[in-house]
Ligand binder design. Structure first.
Ligand code: GDP
Length: 217
């Protein structure tokens, strides 16, 4: 499907609204325009990151409501610009049937989405590169997608320890992932790294970089 024309203006993150939750491929919205997926093991801080990135405090709460936690939740900044909240949970704790259903849904998603431009993988900076993260990287790699790692909860580490974690994950990602990869520190609590993340995700969504200007939220 043809991509939409790049939007000239900076993204209006605060306009992001919930579109729909999909439990199977037939429920995905039309595959057109630009789409960015946000993945993360449960409790990594994905909802908090989405809320801060969009400036909408309760946006990702919808993904946590009963019945939606195993769905792909689609959000729209405007027509043809979507963020997709991928379901995340601790891998070891789920029964095999649930794990298989999740893998099928993810495989369908990664194989079918021509509009998918990149994946932000949220990792707790103190526990990066879990099994979940590595599985996610495999899917991204097979689809040739760029990956941007948000090392969240950076406020839980001292500056020096945070930079050491950043350096270590950059090094490990260089070995683990052959596609384009960037890594940054992020704190939803302190607002650290928000503009850096918006610049990457906004670029994937077809917006011009707004880092030099003051971005509207
Ligand atoms: P999700 O399950 O990945 O969506 O994770 P949540 O966003 O719900 O966050 C899980 C827990 O981590 C919650 O208790 C959050 O308050 C906390 N948390 C999330 N982001 C941060 C952060 O940047 N700093 C700190 N200190 N805690 C955070």
């Amino acid at each position: 499907m043809a991509a939409a024309e790049p939007a000239g203006a900076a993204p209006l993150w605060s306009a992001t609204r919930f579109m729909l939750g999909a439990a199977r491929a037939g429920q995905f919205p039309l595959d057109e325009g630009f789409e960015v997926a946000v993945a993360g093991r449960s409790n990594a801080g994905k909802s908090s990151a989405l809320n801060v990135l969009t400036g909408r405090r309760s946006l990702a709460r919808v993904s946590k409501t009963p019945g939606r936690t195993r769905e792909l939740n689609f959000f729209e900044l405007e027509a043809g610009r979507r963020l997709v909240d991928l379901p995340g949970y601790g891998y070891a704790r789920v029964p095999d049937t649930v794990k298989q259903a999740w893998q099928r849904l993810m495989t369908d998603y990664f194989h079918s989405r021509g509009s998918l431009r990149g994946v932000a993988v949220v990792m707790d900076c103190r526990h990066p590169l879990t099994d979940y993260d590595q599985q996610m990287l495999q899917w991204c790699g097979r689809s040739g997608l760029p990956v941007h790692v948000l090392l969240t909860k950076a406020d839980k580490l001292s500056r020096g320890a945070g930079l050491a974690a950043l350096h270590q994950v950059r090094g490990r990602m260089g070995h683990l992932y052959r596609g384009g990869v960037t890594v940054q520190l992020f704190s939803a609590r302190k607002g650290e790294g928000v503009e850096e993340a918006r610049a990457v995700l906004g670029g994937w969504l077809g917006y011009q970089s707004d880092r030099k200007k003051k971005a509207p939220v």
